[in-house]
Design a protein around this ligand. Structure first.
Ligand code: ADP
Ligand code: MG
Length: 698
């Protein structure tokens, strides 16, 4: 049996393979592109394609695909085999540089939000050499960007790469100001912690809501949920352990550094975290991880639920986006250094993030907005929909001292000029953990916790990179022209703290009092739903910033707003229709059947002896009949709300109707059905209950 180091990355055309298989000159040139973002030399495509093909065939691959991330949020691939006819009537295995660099999938079936006229089906995929090609099944997968015939990005990778470039450019300007002449590239890194549920396939198959929408639309509270806190970090059940073992192995073969696994808070909930890597690669890896999680579950008779809120009243699943900025020399710019000079640079980067998060709260909220995640944000578990930052007491005290020109009490009592001479050395774990903050500093990185479990991490990182690039640009513009660097730096750090301290909150983010303070006293934004936040993507300041850094064009932004809102409306409409169907064809009939059977029993008993009271039965029959009437009436109301969507003039209006008319009716219908569930003989209930599902994996 092979050891992990032996098979790790065995399905990846990684640096080791490239070094071994490519001509030295080709390897050096490609490496230059990968490491420093230098333009790709198209002349080397043929050599790379040939080496890739031979390597892939030696691993059993027969096909290749341009693997891309359209705006559906999942990945797409179209397979072509390597075969080409040879003159003797046989075939040869062929893969050209042209086939590596560019593909032309039919773009017409992917969302484009108007970027692609319907008659213009053509789209292009373009090789992203910064993310390694890999083999999945019998197919060589080449990570690619996806754009329209007109050159507009139709995917998530293109703007992500652009945002990384914007951050690189501005961060290097700052580093040069601090006298760093050697760093050549700065990039953001991410380690996403991925939560998920595992349930038995049998239960899943018996629930139309899970099958059609990924979440339960009905379900009374089970007698036992997560209240005992007995699942978090608990012993992993053998069936789950077997699943995790196979998942790890498959991920390791793909070069994905799956590192941590544990049970989460809710029954049947688990988490997987990889070791962090460059944002672009981390994004590809997270997409692959989600795909593998689902694929491998089915081999174990399980279903992996990636929905943000599969069960009401039970913790939902999120994704923690651990984010930092690093130079190619391995320096983490969010790690406080050892010397005052490094501290000053650290403080400036820290301030850049503080300013970015405050100035672009709306973009960060938008980047995680989906119908599914709306159930989580603001519920009593995930961070609220209000964005704030946690820095910890130590760092907070330092910032306060700088703002007020007072000595920092934590260290020697000296007046600070730069405010940085006395910055304490941090232990990674010196700051207490705050689990409720949407955006927490954790010693050398920020943990953005608002992402939903099914979100692509691309969106959050695009906004984060771009917003921080903007802060850095403003700083660099001012500092480059400053007559006295140190004074200007000090003033700027001070000003940032003054202007943006409202975004810093170290208390309990789940507290209602905080939401009140945040919105009423501090003026922070509270966009509760996708319908509330998404239109703000097109606010003037957001368009100005994102286009200035060339992360999006105006047209791309417009299309994304429309696609995201369409996605929201479609998701909820499918849920509403599923509810209508289940209530009308499963739940109401079950309730009626049960109450009719009791009524017959009452009649039978009374026939024996008319004086038998049958109080229990008659009470129940009455209650259930009333409930069935309520269910039927509310089903009709929900139906009307869905029909009413046709009245909407545009997608913004429709999303408002979804929020104000459809979702409330769904809640009302659910309430009645869930109550009926608690009063109906389990033998009559037409689907597995929460207790059945949540404790289905043993
Ligand atoms: P915690 O337990 O505090 O959440 P971990 O060390 O377990 O922290 O890390 C959680 C995730 O953060 C992992 O994916 C890890 O690789 C990632 N991570 C650690 N350091 C960094 C960093 N400098 N930049 C980005 N991600 C990081
Ligand atoms: Mg964490």
């Amino acid at each position: 049996m092979k050891t992990i180091p032996e098979y790790f990355g065995s399905m990846v055309f990684d640096d080791r393979v490239m070094k071994a298989k490519l001509p030295a000159k080709v390897y050096a040139s490609l490496k230059h592109t990968i490491d420093e973002g230098a333009a790709l030399d198209p002349g080397l495509a043929n050599a790379v394609a040939a080496a890739m093909k031979d390597w892939a065939i030696s691993k059993g691959a027969t096909h290749f695909t341009h693997w891309f991330q359209p705006l559906t949020g999942i990945t797409a691939e179209k397979h072509d085999s390597f075969i080409a006819p040879s003159p003797d009537g046989g075939v040869i295995m062929e893969f050209s540089g042209k086939g590596l660099i560019k593909g032309e999938p039919d773009a017409s079936s992917f969302p484009s939000g108007g970027l692609r006229a319907t008659f213009e089906a053509r789209g292009y995929t373009a090789w992203d050499p910064t993310s390694y090609a890999f083999i999945k099944g019998n197919t060589l997968c080449i990570p690619t960007a996806f754009c329209s015939y007109g050159g507009h990005a139709l995917d998530k990778k293109t703007p992500l790469l652009r945002s990384m470039e914007a951050l690189n450019k501005q961060a290097l300007r700052i580093l040069r100001l601090f006298g760093n002449t050697t760093a050549r590239h700065v990039s953001s890194s991410v380690g996403p912690e991925q939560e998920y549920f595992l349930i038995s396939k049998e239960m899943y198959d018996a629930r139309p809501d899970l099958r059609f929408t990924g979440r339960t639309l009905f379900g009374a509270k089970p007698p036992k949920g997560q209240e005992m806190d007995d699942h978090y970090f608990g012993a992993i059940k053998p069936k789950v352990a077997a699943y995790m073992a196979e998942l790890n192995e498959e991920l390791w073969k793909l070069g994905i550094m799956a590192k941590t696994e544990h049970n989460e808070v809710a029954p049947a909930q688990h988490e997987l975290a990889p070791i962090f890597t460059t944002t672009n690669i981390a994004t590809d890896h997270n997409q692959l991880t989600m795909e593998m999680m689902q694929k491998i579950a089915s081999k174990h008779g399980l279903v992996c639920l990636l929905h943000e809120k599969p069960f009401a009243g039970i913790n939902g699943s999120g994704k923690h986006n651990n984010w930092s900025i690093e130079t190619d020399e391995g320096v983490n710019l969010l790690s406080p250094g050892e010397t005052p000079y490094e501290n000053a640079q650290f403080l400036l980067f820290l301030c850049a993030v503080i300013k970015a998060v405050d100035d672009y709260q709306d973009l960060l909220r938008i980047s995680v907005a989906t119908a599914g995640n709306d159930h989580r944000l603001g519920a009593n578990e995930a961070p609220p929909a209000v964005i704030s930052m946690f820095l910890g007491d130590e760092l907070n005290a330092v910032l306060e001292a700088i703002e007020n020109d007072t000595p920092y009490q934590g260290a020697e009592k000296t007046q600070m000029k730069l405010g940085v001479d006395v910055l304490p050395k941090f232990n990674r774990d010196a700051t207490d953990r705050n689990r409720t903050s949407p955006f927490a500093y954790t010693g050398n990185k920020f943990e953005f916790r608002m992402l939903g479990s099914s979100n692509s991490i691309a969106c959050a990182n695009i906004m984060l990179n771009a917003a921080v690039a903007e802060s850095l640009k403003i700083y660099a513009d001012r500092l480059e022209g400053a007559p006295d660097f140190e004074t200007a730096l000090h003033e700027m750090i001070k000003k940032t703290i003054k202007d943006h301290k409202r975004i810093i909150f170290n208390g309990n983010g789940y507290d209602d009092a905080w939401i009140k303070e945040a919105t009423e006293v501090r003026g922070l934004l509270n966009y509760r739903t996708t319908a509330d936040c998404m239109p703000h993507l097109l606010d003037k300041k957001n368009v100005a910033m994102l286009t200035a850094h060339k992360v999006f064009t105006v047209e791309e932004l417009r299309s994304r707003r429309d696609i995201m809102l369409e996605n929201y409306c479609k998701t909820v409409t499918i849920e509403a229709n599923t509810m209508i169907d289940m209530a009308a064809t499963l739940i109401a009939p079950a309730v009626a059947r049960f109450s009719a059977d009791i009524a017959r029993n009452v009649a039978a008993k009374k026939a024996v002896d008319p004086s038998i009271a049958c109080a229990y039965e008659t009470g129940l029959v009455k209650k259930l009949s009333d409930l069935a009437d309520v269910i039927s009436a509310r089903t009709a109301e929900l139906q009307n709300a869905v029909i009413g969507l046709c009245e909407a003039g545009d997608i913004v209006e429709e999303s408002g109707l979804i929020r104000d008319k459809v979702l409330p009716k769904m809640c009302e219908l659910r309430l009645a059905c869930d109550e009926a569930e608690t009063k109906t003989d389990k033998k009559y209930w037409p689907m597995p209950t929460y207790a059945d599902i949540l404790f289905s994996v043993r």
